[in-house]
Design a binder for this molecule. Structure first.
Ligand code: SF4
Length: 277
């Protein structure tokens, strides 16, 4: 086990339980497994319980994926959404940098567009910038960002390398409150265009706010995790936000289960693509 991964698992409070098999694909990463195969047979690990079924090629769609778009079109207007959906990367970045379309622009220092590989297979989406992000203009910096980087490292991913990180809203909600529904809705076309340009194989929604806005359904993280859901045709998995994990040590094991599930899901997606070509 690498020292880097040891550090990450220590950070998540999960050492010394896990090790990785050799990676089989850049996109898929490696499949985590129990360190002791003998003990694993006696005491099933997370990937052997509810997470034992790897992605089968079927995406669960527990909501009407057209409702958010229909609602957004009604509130935002066809012209703005249509214009954003035709933008290339430079135009989109400039549009976000200049945007004053919701009240969040008033107290921001910097917009936080997103960062990473613009051809990434993996896209991680949080809710919105915090104070550190607002000051620097990058998503997931500070302690939550450090934990996210460690979570990525545990599945042999790295920020900026086949990974893109963004938020539901691009400007900091004052006092780190959740974005209001109207604010998230106003900002949604920017994220939708980012996703359309990146075309990730898999989206990981970090936390309830991200999941609720992406899926247009009001539900808890606990009820949404462990499933392959759908964002406009792109598979989506829900897990806890790193900032929440920093406050809730007992949930770190569940987040690790979610990462294992995500890796298996990605491997299934890669295999399905290979089989169809
Ligand atoms: Fe514009 Fe989004 Fe910032 Fe609101 S949060 S001002 S919609 S970029």
């Amino acid at each position: 086990m690498s020292s880097r991964r040891d550090e990450m698992l220590k950070e998540m409070g999960l050492t010394p339980v896990w090790r990785l098999r050799a990676p089989t694909d850049r996109a898929a990463g490696a499949v985590p497994e129990p360190a002791s195969s003998a003990s694993a047979k006696a005491a099933p690990g997370p990937e052997q319980n509810a997470y034992s079924s790897a992605f089968s090629g079927t995406v669960e769609t527990p909501f009407d994926s057209g409702s958010a778009d229909a609602q957004g079109t009604q509130i935002i207007g066809d012209d703005r959404r249509g214009s954003i959906m035709r933008m290339d990367w430079p135009a989109l970045k400039e549009a976000v940098a200049q945007c004053r379309d919701c009240p969040l622009h008033a107290k921001r220092n910097k917009t936080v567009f997103g960062v990473g590989d613009e051809n990434a297979d993996w896209m991680f989406i949080g809710e919105g910038p915090g104070a550190d992000e607002d000051a620097l203009g990058d998503p997931f910096v500070g302690q939550a960002g450090k934990l996210l980087d460690n979570m990525l490292a545990a599945i042999e991913l790295k920020r900026g390398e086949n990974v893109y990180i963004a938020n539901v809203v691009k400007c900091r909600p004052p006092g780190n409150r959740n974005p209001e529904p109207a604010e998230a809705l106003k900002c949604e076309p920017f994220l939708q265009r980012q996703i359309a340009l990146i075309k990730p194989r898999l989206i990981i929604a970090l936390g309830r706010v991200a999941a609720v806005n992406l899926l247009a359904r009001d539900a808890s993280v606990a009820s949404m995790r462990g499933k392959v859901l759908d964002y406009n045709g792109t598979p989506l998995i829900v897990t806890y936000h790193p900032a929440y994990l920093l406050r809730s040590l007992t949930e770190k094991a569940k987040a690790w289960e979610d990462l294992c599930f995500a890796v298996k899901t990605m491997q299934g997606l890669v295999a399905a693509t290979a089989a169809s070509t």
